[in-house]
Design a protein. Structure first.
Length: 734
């Protein structure tokens, strides 16, 4: 063999040696990130697995599909506490290999996470194919730690690495390919060496500067303007108009990329026609050309699976498009934040159309009550497609219902421990709560006493009898899994009607002893109790809140007094139970009308005119529409306005209207068809509901449409003659 050939062979062997991987090398597996996917309310830790078909060489070069087991997540919080989450905290993403975390409340006074440590195991650990390296064996376990000050922010992440235990061994096909490249390179370079001057210099540069690239990375060169996306978003599901998700991709161009210039397209199939588009919220580089794009799920999306692509064609920054056939999948439930917030836990349930769309509104009316004897539930459409009503038969006496517009499911509870799950007019299943005793109120007794659904995370909160300090408490039902959490046994008696505030991670419980308790949802899904007695002589008969402002209300039974509490300025103090302070006031309705049992039930229509309603019970027909302050700030809240009226006589109600019994036969919502604030009252005769009165609160509170005073009435009273016919619509039951 001639000397130049020997020299070239030696150089080649040296180059391949330099490009091999020593024992103890590490390669990126994927990453874990803190994702605030429900802004101001909750975040979660999601794990994105970028191995196998989901890999992004050269940034994430592992060709073998690796999976994680034995996961443990330790999270520290700004209040100095630490929580350990086991494997059950995570659920598999839609790609079958990544993981979605569970919601961690961050609203209100909840502490924020400021650091985390994730540990776990890889599988498999032998014969792992790494792009450009060959097969290696890896360590079985891993640990990754991250912290931020003063707290974690959306997009904080840590890359998970695998650590090798053996040297990279090229596979047979890879070795053959390298050999062919080497032979071709040797032939070309040998010819250059046999040429004079510049050709020899060029040959040297080719060997020194290009050999490793030729061997390891030449196959990874791609068109820089086309990006590849991970198979699913993180998290892989969310509610339209409520949540945001993250799209991981690779081969993004270098240079400036402006988040707002990125257009995210949602389609029903990969490469299909656009169903909706949205501009990105943020763009964050993970490593190399791999980055994460955050985007809100458009409120126009209905329930279903969507395929996401990204592009930037705007001037002034780097442009790119998604490679053909590359999409990220996301599962969407049609919903809106405002429709799911602060649903009152009273007797009536109202099912709104998914996604806040116009359409049919359905009322679910228990035939029974705490002291009732009749089983079953009336179902009646009150907006949209009306038609005849229906009756759902139940084994036991139902007292309360609450609905989830995102899933179309309604949950009703019976006086005993029965929990009924209903879709449309079908009773799908009967569950058994953990209630173990009766709760006693001025209006009756019950084991399950009421239910309020939090549609944002598909859970139901059941208030009732639980042995303990007060003999009452709350139990959470996860509607996704059909499982109950352990009952939370309260120190103060639970409210006749609770209300759930998902934005501030609170359950409101104003009771007849004058105590307005707050139950705060903790990071591990448990509850803590914080008590406050602002006006000891006021029998708070129900709980409600305007979620948009944080102003809570509680009407005083046998009075016309309404207590208002500014939860935005609440200061919580830990204890057993804890306590809290908050600006509060008592507002007295001055009226000539008689409330036989006083203002008792209460509800607030979320998201429109800050309107709520309080009404009589156990007979009577008096009600008041109250206008709550548009902003709460940090001061003492007060009613902005109110109007008092009587529900007029309706033929479908037997000639006169009479309010029902506990747990308060009223609720409120914002109409998806008109945008008006609506109240729903059930009218009773002979101990059963016979009609519904749908009251347009927007009309009632408007003095131009509903003039007040005169004929010996107080300034805020509306006479029967001045209450427009458009203000109340009656429906017979069933």
């Amino acid at each position: 063999m001639k000397k130049p050939t020997l020299v070239l062979m030696a150089l080649f062997l040296a180059a391949t040696s330099l490009c091999s991987v020593a024992t103890g090398a590490s390669y990126p597996f994927g990453y874990i990130s803190w994702d605030v996917n429900f802004t101001g309310n909750a975040g979660e830790f999601d794990i994105v697995n970028l191995t196998g078909s989901n890999n992004f060489p050269p940034d994430f070069p592992i060709n073998t599909q690796l999976d994680l087991t034995n996961l443990s997540l330790v999270v520290s919080f700004t209040d100095g506490s630490t929580t350990t989450f086991g494997p059950s905290y995570f659920t598999l993403s839609s790609d079958g290999h990544s993981f979605d975390g569970s919601a961690i409340p961050i609203g209100g006074t909840n502490p924020l996470p400021d650091g985390f440590t994730l540990s776990g195991m890889f599988t498999p650990t032998t014969g792992i194919d790494v792009e450009g390296v060959g097969t290696v064996d890896i360590e079985k376990t891993f640990t990754v730690t991250f912290s931020d000050s003063p707290n974690l922010v959306d997009g904080d992440l840590a890359i998970i690495y695998v650590q090798t235990t053996t040297q990279g061994v090229p596979e047979t096909g890879q070795t053959l390919g390298l050999l062919l490249i080497a032979i071709a390179t040797l032939v070309a370079v040998r010819r250059l060496f046999r040429s004079p001057g510049r050709s020899r210099a060029l040959a040297g540069k080719l060997l020194v500067g290009g050999m490793c690239l030729t061997i390891a990375h030449v196959a990874s060169a791609r068109a820089i303007q086309l990006v590849k996306l991970a198979a699913s978003t993180a998290p892989s599901s969310g509610a339209a108009g409520v949540n945001n998700v993250n799209i991981t991709g690779s081969n993004f161009p270098s240079g400036t990329i402006t988040a707002h210039n990125i257009v995210v397209t949602f389609a029903s199939s990969c490469g299909g026609a656009a169903v909706a588009t949205a501009n990105a919220n943020s763009y964050k580089v993970i490593i190399g050309s791999t980055a994460r794009i955050n985007v809100d799920l458009p409120s126009t999306l209905t329930t279903g699976d969507y395929f996401v692509t990204v592009a930037d064609n705007a001037a002034g920054d780097a442009n790119f498009a998604t490679a053909p056939g590359s999409c990220s999948r996301v599962k969407v439930t049609g919903s809106t934040q405002i429709l799911n917030a602060c649903v009152a836990g009273s007797s009536l349930g109202v099912l709104l159309p998914a996604g806040g769309n116009a359409g049919t509104v359905t009322a679910y009316v228990p035939i029974g009550y705490w002291g009732g004897f009749s089983t079953g539930i009336f179902v009646k459409n009150i907006e949209g497609t009306l038609g005849p009503g229906s009756t759902i038969a139940t084994p036991n006496i139902v007292n309360s219902c609450s609905s989830n517009p995102a899933t179309g499911e309604t949950v009703c509870v019976a006086n005993n421990t029965d929990v009924y799950r209903i879709t449309g007019t079908s009773l799908n299943s009967v569950l058994t709560s953990g209630s173990d005793t009766f709760a006693f109120f001025s209006g009756g007794s019950c084991m399950n006493c009421g239910v309020a659904v939090n549609a944002n995370n598909n859970t139901a909160f059941i208030n009732g009898g639980f042995s303990g300090p007060s003999g009452t408490g709350v139990q959470i039902l996860d509607l996704a899994t059909g499982t109950f959490a352990s009952p939370f046994r309260m120190f103060q008696q639970v409210s006749e009607n609770i209300s759930v505030d998902p934005t501030r991670s609170l359950v409101l419980s104003a009771n007849e002893g004058g105590n307005y308790a707050l139950l705060q949802l903790q990071t591990n899904g448990s509850l803590l109790e914080f008590d406050a007695t602002f006006n000891p002589g006021l029998e708070d008969d129900s709980s409600a809140e305007d979620c948009s402002t944080g102003v809570a209300i509680a009407p005083g039974e046998f009075t016309t007094d309404i207590q208002l509490v500014n939860l935005n300025a609440a200061v919580l103090t830990s204890g057993s139970p804890g306590s809290y302070t908050a600006p509060n006031s008592v507002n007295t309705l001055v009226t000539s009308y008689s409330f036989g049992a006083g203002v008792s039930g209460s509800a607030v229509a979320q998201g429109s005119g800050h309107l709520g309603v309080v009404a009589d019970e156990f007979g009577g027909s008096a009600f008041a529409v109250v206008k709550l302050p548009a902003t709460a700030g940090s001061g003492t809240p007060a009613l902005a306005d109110y109007a008092v009226a009587l529900v007029p006589a309706g033929a479908s109600c037997g000639g006169s209207f009479s309010f029902g019994f506990d747990p308060h036969t009223q609720t409120a919502y914002t109409s998806p068809n008109t945008g008006h604030s609506m109240a729903v009252f059930a009218g009773y005769s002979g101990g059963v509901p016979v009609c519904l009165a749908l009251v347009d609160m927007t009309v009632v509170i408007d003095p131009l449409q509903s003039p007040r005073g005169g004929a010996g009435l107080q300034a805020h009273d509306i006479s029967a003659a001045n209450l427009p016919a458009s203000a109340v619509t009656f429906f017979s039951l069933p």
